[in-house]
Design a protein around this ligand. Sequence first.
Ligand SMILES: Cc1cc2nc3c(=O)[nH]c(=O)nc-3n(C[C@H](O)[C@H](O)[C@H](O)COP(=O)(O)OP(=O)(O)OC[C@H]3O[C@@H](n4cnc5c(N)ncnc54)[C@H](O)[C@@H]3O)c2cc1C
Length: 375
Amino acid sequence: MAPEHRSILIAGAGTTGLTAALELARRGFRPRIVDNDAGPVPMVESRALGVNARILALLGPSRVADAILQEAQQIAQFRIVAKTSRLATLDITKVPGRHSAMHMLAQGHTERLLLSKLDDFEVDPEWQTTVETVSGDLTRPVVSLRRPDGTLETATFDIVISADGAHSAIRKAVGIGFPGEALESSFYLADFRYKREIDPHFVEMQLFDPGMIGRLPVDREVLRYISTLPDFEERIEHPAPVAEVTWRSNFRIHFRHVETMSKGNVFLAGDAAHIHSPAGARGMNLGIEDACWLAWLISEGREGDYDRLRMPAVKTVLKQTRQLTTLFTMSNPLAISMRNLAVPVLFRLPAFSRKLLRGVAGYDTPSPPWIDGAL
Ligand SMILES: Cc1cc2nc3c(=O)[nH]c(=O)nc-3n(C[C@H](O)[C@H](O)[C@H](O)COP(=O)(O)OP(=O)(O)OC[C@H]3O[C@@H](n4cnc5c(N)ncnc54)[C@H](O)[C@@H]3O)c2cc1C
């Protein structure tokens, strides 16, 4: 059977599932994509903001990258400040390739851009449709789907892509472990809309003894502050008068990845396969990468290579986000003093900045062989 005639179910229409659907559709496949929610994430509840250079290269062939670049804010600098004095500045535009290392666009926007391109191929998510179980011989998985009207559909697929997020029902149904650990402390975030435009071109980490507050631009009028400090809102020095708080949330950080990214013809991608701290802005990007690699491998009839090719990338990113998280969340006073002395020195070392920049751009994972000139 020609690869594009195989029946494919994608569970989850987040950024990972939508990318998998789009990358398959543009190669002639007709995947089915279902999601238990009623639609894409609300615009004001954007978890992911950072879109790295690797993802812009991966989304180049589908032209989603062009659409992202029209709406996103390009980040020029990453700054680290201790109390009020600047410890380090990294110019993140100086990265090889067509794009600067990082742009910012709210996840809700990115999802809607992916949906719009997918619509050009007449592939639309079936909303309010839940994958309940996956069973049978996993070389031809049998899936139970709960439809919006409450009825149950049972169908067999050649390939199932589990892009159903961190609590993946499919991962549990097929018995793939998700080992790892959770950090003790909670993280807090708040998005502030200002009464006038703010500078959206830099990301800043403000370090306290202990604790941190990160400042990330959402757009020209909204900043996100993310912190380990419950009272962080009282410590923020706002750049302009606040109009409103558009979103508040708190969460705990887990570092986990699956034991294997596939079992039979069930493939796990995105948060269903790995979760880690938002430090480095890698989560959504890594899921989009998984989806692009998986779609390419399926089109080549090589999906059996997926776990072998993706797992090293997942481990690299988990290690990098753990190191960054440790740097920003340490609580021992001696370690904090040493860090504050070391950071300015390290950032002036070209080898250190180059390595950090490679990670920010997403260039520390394997380059996509199907895109000419990709780094
Ligand atoms: C505060 C915060 C900030 C972040 N910042 C960044 C950042 O700057 N850059 C970055 O790259 N990442 C960031 N991330 C991580 C990023 O948000 C996630 O990695 C990304 O959303 C994962 O996408 P996904 O499609 O794999 O999963 P999800 O977005 O969780 O999507 C899964 C989808 O599956 C659906 N679903 C679940 N169960 C079922 C089922 N049984 N049947 C059918 N559908 C189902 C859900 O409704 C959902 O739509 C951040 C995360 C947090 C918490």
